[in-house]
Design a protein around this ligand. Structure first.
Ligand code: SF4
Length: 245
């Protein structure tokens, strides 16, 4: 897998290294940033090995797995992709195939016709416009079929070590609001901007995995186990008990 990283450009006039982002990031209050640092430290201690749960061995496999993960679980995707990746080893193989030929491999994942078409089209575009290499910029990734900001952030952060935004999936949106990092009525785009403002840029990808890990382990979308967990007691607006800040 390619792991070349790009460091955020920090200069005296741009100390936070955020000027290249395509949206304004309002500065966060010092107290909010201190609390964000405490949340990051607590999550890092609890989930030191949190990482992308999708199985892949190259940037194009990660892109495909992320496209396929819409409306289903990473575990379901990981069950389907070994056969898919074995049948189509390179972007050229998907480009040469028809969506009909891809469909049987993704049928178990729901919306399989749309997903097969998105995989075929995105790989065809990668072959025709990007020389067979997954592009490394947000702007280029967003031109591919089936790729929106969340997918692009996953690929940039995990395949290339580039933090050009913050992945906001259902777990991260929910926890951001419950931890008081973003107002309850924030849109996904507003949650992303708020997280970018609160946390160090070089932590964005790792933190996304930690938040997802906490969401999966403790704060389920339904039937959460409120107030029994030390991180929840300390940081969640829903929790009650000693030690909450
Ligand atoms: S206290 Fe409950 S709602 Fe809050 S993060 Fe923990 S499990 Fe989720």
């Amino acid at each position: 897998m390619t792991t070349a990283t790009r460091q955020p450009v920090r200069t005296p006039g741009n100390p936070r290294g955020l000027r290249d982002l395509p949206f304004p990031v309002a500065p966060a209050a010092p107290a909010d940033k201190r609390r964000a640092r405490a949340i990051l430290a607590a999550l890092r201690e609890r989930y030191p090995d949190a990482r992308c749960a999708l199985t892949y061995s190259s940037p194009h496999e990660l892109l495909i797995a992320t496209i396929l993960s819409a409306q289903t679980t990473d575990a379901n995707v990981n069950r389907a992709t070994p056969a898919l990746f074995a049948r189509f080893p390179t972007p050229e193989d998907y480009a040469r195939a028809t969506p009909d030929e891809i469909e049987p491999y993704v049928r178990s994942l729901g919306f399989f016709r749309n997903k097969a078409r998105a995989v075929h089209e995105s790989m065809r575009e990668i072959v025709e416009r990007f020389g067979g290499e997954v592009p490394r910029t947000m702007d280029d990734l967003l031109t591919l079929r089936g790729v929106a900001r969340k997918t692009a952030n996953v690929v940039l952060g995990n395949a290339f070590g580039v933090n050009d935004g913050f992945v906001v999936d259902t777990h991260i949106e929910r926890l951001s609001k419950r931890f008081g990092l973003a107002p309850e009525d924030s849109s996904v785009a507003e949650v992303e901007r708020r997280l970018c403002a609160l946390f160090r840029r070089d932590a964005w990808t790792d933190l996304s995995h930690m938040l997802i890990a906490h969401g999966r382990a403790v704060c389920k979308a339904r039937g959460w186990t409120c107030a029994n967990d030390p991180i929840c007691r300390r940081f969640c607006v829903n929790a009650r008990g000693p030690g909450r800040s």
